[in-house]
Design a protein around this ligand. Structure first.
Ligand code: NAD
Length: 391
């Protein structure tokens, strides 16, 4: 009999749904060393939380995360609530002896992220994983392997963009994502954080300096009356509330191995739905990826014969690619939800002591340092700002 792993999930929204799907799917497709039990889902509204429990398949519903993380019949806490709740829940859960999976960005402030990293470091026998889910895209896993194997040589350029357009309409309503108190920052922490994590993970080097500009195009938005996708629905004539975060931004960066980076992130990039892109150029080759075509990796090999050189399109759907052996025949493709299933697989294997799951909280703290440096640089008109780089 496989030992159970009794899970409490906090949050019933977008990520609550994605993680519920992943907890249900992971043990059915992957051979796991523990048996995940979907014990409790925690929300804020009793009716909505009960409905989420029934729909997503959780045994119980609760609106009291404090009581839930203390329960003896819970082994792991999965935090899928907004950034202002991460530190308090994660630190309490680790103190109560629970393994923790926490959504990204790790926290809203550097101070909170540092407290979480310290709590994780002190809890030696517990797993504390931050949910930078794009790491679990097979095509990006292949890119990382090619770079680590030296197939593109010394890295010189990292070019990363994360572009969405769900805030393009100036009358789109306000949500917690537009409130600094709740979200920490705007497009920067929401999607730019993914690019920062991806870039550092792909190249194995850390960002040591940034020069940034952030921009808020729409200062006030109508209050929201309902939720749809990342945004919501609202009445154009409803009272307006201030937007206290960035809509978009860009920064240049230096990496500790000598490479340079250019990053751009926006939730107002009209026409771009979820274009999470990265290109890395090295002395002998390059890789390019766009999440809107998530099953494909472009690879350029400068050692190819003269006359037939060019980017080749690799379909990262073969059993040799990361996570693919559990899925479909070659060429049949995966979707967004699979990245979360893979995250749960890695988390469960780490809890069982089979492998270390990354990014750890200290590694996610490094991303937070870059986020803080970007904001500091922007406040000082783009001054080159140093990022403390610790592995
Ligand atoms: N990995 C990714 O690609 C990805 C994508 C989207 C969001 N996220 C992250 O996931 C987190 C949640 O984002 P979301 O899009 O799911 O938000 P959401 O608004 O859809 O859902 C948030 C949920 O948190 C719950 N919540 C808030 N405060 C709570 C509390 N005190 N106790 C219990 N529940 C509480 C709300 O009831 C709601 O169910 C954020 O940190 C966000 O940055 C990650």
């Amino acid at each position: 009999m496989t030992k159970p792993l009794r899970v409490a999930l906090i949050g019933t929204g977008f990520m609550g749904k994605a993680h519920s799907h992943a907890w249900r799917t992971a043990p059915r497709f992957f051979d796991l060393p523990l048996d995940p039990r979907m014990s409790v889902i925690v929300g804020t509204d009793p009716e909505r939380t009960a409905s989420a429990a029934a729909t997503y398949g959780w045994d119980e519903a609760s609106t009291d995360w404090r009581a839930v993380v203390e329960r003896d019949d819970i082994d792991a806490v999965d935090i899928c609530s907004p950034g202002d709740t991460h530190a308090e829940i994660a630190v309490a859960a680790l103190a109560a002896g629970k393994h923790v999976l926490c959504e990204k960005p790790l926290a809203n402030t550097l101070e909170d992220a540092a407290a979480m990293a310290s709590a994780a470091t002190a809890a030696l026998d517990l797993v504390a994983l931050c949910g930078f889910s794009y790491r679990r895209t097979p095509a990006l896993g292949l890119a990382r392997k090619l770079i680590a194997d030296g197939r593109i040589g010394q890295v010189r350029h990292v070019r990363a963009q994360y572009l969405q357009d769900w805030l393009t309409d100036p009358d789109a309503p306000a949500t917690w994502r537009l409130d600094r108190e709740r979200a920490g920052s705007g497009a920067l922490g929401d999607i730019g954080a993914h690019s920062i994590d991806t870039a550092q993970w792909l190249t194995g080097s850390l960002i040591t300096e940034v020069s940034a500009v952030l921009r808020t195009f729409v200062d006030e938005r109508p209050v929201r009356t309902g939720v749809v996708g990342l945004g919501g629905v609202g009445d154009r004539d409803a009272p307006r509330v201030p937007v206290t975060v960035d809509d978009a931004g860009a920064f240049t960066a230096r990496f500790d191995d000598g490479a340079m980076g250019v990053f751009e992130f926006s939730r107002m990039a009209t026409g771009r739905r979820n274009a999470n892109r990265v290109e890395v150029n090295g002395e002998r080759g390059a890789i390019a990826f766009d999440f809107e075509r998530m099953n494909e990796l472009e690879f350029y090999d400068a050692t190819d014969e003269e006359g037939v050189q060019g980017f080749r399109r690799v379909q990262a759907t073969e059993a040799v690619h990361p996570y693919l052996e559990a899925w479909w025949p070659v060429g049949h493709g995966l979707g967004y939800e699979h990245t979360f299933t893979h995250e749960i697989v890695d988390f469960v294997r780490a809890v069982a002591g089979e492998a270390q799951a990354e990014p750890t909280f200290p590694q996610a703290l490094q991303v937070q340092r870059v986020l803080a440096a970007v904001e500091e640089s922007d406040r000082d008109r783009g001054r080159r700002t140093t990022v403390e780089a610790t592995r």
